[in-house]
Design a protein around this ligand. Sequence first.
Ligand SMILES: [Zn+2]
Ligand SMILES: [Zn+2]
Length: 166
Amino acid sequence: MTGVFLAADVVNAASSSDPLQRLGEAFERHEIRGREALQLFVDGLLDWAVCLRGVFEGVDARARCDEVNALLATGASKGVYLTTHDGLDPHLHFAPEGDGLLARVRAVTAGGLAIFLTESRGARLGVCSRRGCGQVFVDVGRNATRRYCSTRCGNNDAVDRYRQRA
Ligand SMILES: [Zn+2]
Ligand SMILES: [Zn+2]
């Protein structure tokens, strides 16, 4: 599940006021190896974030799959394999472990989104409904009815709508 949450974090970091800082935090949270070299790859990561956002903005399952296929063509072009590195349970890798930071982030986000969409029936990815927010999210709730990136955005949006009516 790392890949899909990392994908959302990268998209949100890229559109934040301090992308470098936020990307660093995301890579730490997801234990991405080689993150010390982050600064060298920032431009490539910001470009990749734009591609990732396309998946979250997809209007339906078909559109999201098309977006992920485009990501896989770049991010997983060297093939897929199972690994048990560092004593972890078997999981899929989409790039050789010796690849650089950018290549591995592309691979794990493209692959993670692909796996997620097979489990989520093409849904459960979205963009916050509060106008002007733009943050993306992964919906792991039971009913797949999430519309906001955070409770705060949900509450603020409710207040805004109440004021508009009043
Ligand atoms: Zn791994
Ligand atoms: Zn929001």
